[in-house]
Design a protein around this ligand. Structure first.
Ligand code: C2E
Ligand code: MG
Ligand code: MG
Ligand code: MG
Length: 289
């Protein structure tokens, strides 16, 4: 019986492995066609000034309309794109599209794009960015690159050279998901970040009694301030969380309390009219006409 059970289990696992590999292969195939088919879209989530509730800019978040599965989360397909060597092509498309969209927003509105560690180690990245900025004729300081700490696990000389090249172009640099990785202070010393994004895991639960998250957020914001960096609290969902992160010194706020990521036209609507969530103190970057 034990033997039968073992065989049965083996059979079961083998089926699963088979279908997981097949699923990945078909996902990869669909990804290869996605740029050409126009099935990628950038959606934009507002980044709001803590001080005056105006929109400082947006974070571009990639959305993929899979031919059979519908809209897929980037957490599902970005890792596949990275392994399949497709992330460089997708990443260039993201940068070009975000720059083209930026050109249609007011000058004082910024846009952040997420950059995968594999893009960061691509020697072509500076020229991809320079070309996209030139094609859209936008000021480099309006583009912010969100980078995670994992870029520091790569080759040191290459990483430092990339930071220098990007700063020379004049784009802004943000350290994304801060607090989830090694969070080494050495990284803050080594790289010329303009902003630290405090991961939503610190915001979540920060309003509960006895939580240490508030103390951690306070130390990150005061460190950032003394280094001349901005701080964005990510994933703010409730009014209590909004009030807390403002009081703890975050310069910017992002989260469902204001809006999820929305298509370009809706983002433009936020700039012009302010979003539906005025009750929470959200105001437009422009006075309504
Ligand atoms: P991220 O850069 O840390 O982006 C923040 C994620 O948190 C987004 O998920 C956003 O929709 C979500 N979020 C924002 N506010 C809230 C909130 O109040 N509550 C909750 N629960 N979630 C919130 P999304 O769009 O699914 O993206 C997931 C990750 O995929 C991103 O994390 C980023 O690492 C990656 N990603 C997205 N777009 C791109 C891209 O164009 N290129 C690359 N390389 N990665 C991307
Ligand atoms: Mg990000
Ligand atoms: Mg993040
Ligand atoms: Mg993330």
């Amino acid at each position: 019986a034990a033997k039968d059970g073992g065989r049965g289990r083996f059979h079961f696992y083998s089926d699963n492995l088979h279908s997981a590999a097949e699923e990945r292969a078909s996902l990869e195939e669909a990804l290869r066609d996605a740029i050409a088919n126009g099935s990628f879209e950038l959606h934009y989530q507002p980044v709001v000034n803590a001080a005056d509730s105006n929109i400082a800019g947006f974070e571009a978040l990639l959305r993929w309309n899979h031919p059979a599965k519908g809209w897929l989360s980037p957490d599902k397909f970005i890792p596949v794109a990275e392994e399949a060597g497709l992330i460089l092509a997708i990443g260039s498309w993201v940068i070009r599209t975000a720059c083209a969209d930026l050109a249609r927003w007011p000058e004082d509105v910024r846009c952040a794009v997420n950059v995968s560690p594999l893009q960061f180690s691509d020697p072509q990245l500076p020229s991809i960015i320079t070309n996209a900025l030139a094609a859209a004729q936008i000021n480099p300081s309006r583009l912010e690159l969100e980078i995670t700490e994992s870029v520091f696990l790569g080759d040191d000389a290459g990483t430092d050279a990339m930071f220098t090249a990007l700063k020379r172009i004049g784009v802004r640099l943000a350290l994304d998901d801060f607090g989830t990785g090694y969070s080494s202070l050495g990284y803050l010393k080594r790289a010329p970040f303009d902003k630290i994004k405090i991961d939503q895991s610190f915001v979540r639960g920060a309003t509960q009694a006895g939580s240490r998250n508030g103390a951690i957020i306070t130390s990150i914001t005061s460190l950032a301030k003394s280094l001349g960096m901005d701080t964005t609290a990510e994933g703010v969902e409730t009014l209590d969380e909004l009030e807390l992160v403002r009081n703890l010194g975050c310069s910017h706020v992002q989260g469902y309390i204001y809006s999820k990521a929305v298509p370009f036209d809706a983002a433009l609507g936020y700039i012009i009219d302010g979003p539906a969530m005025r009750a929470s103190g959200f105001r437009s970057a422009r006075p309504p006409r």
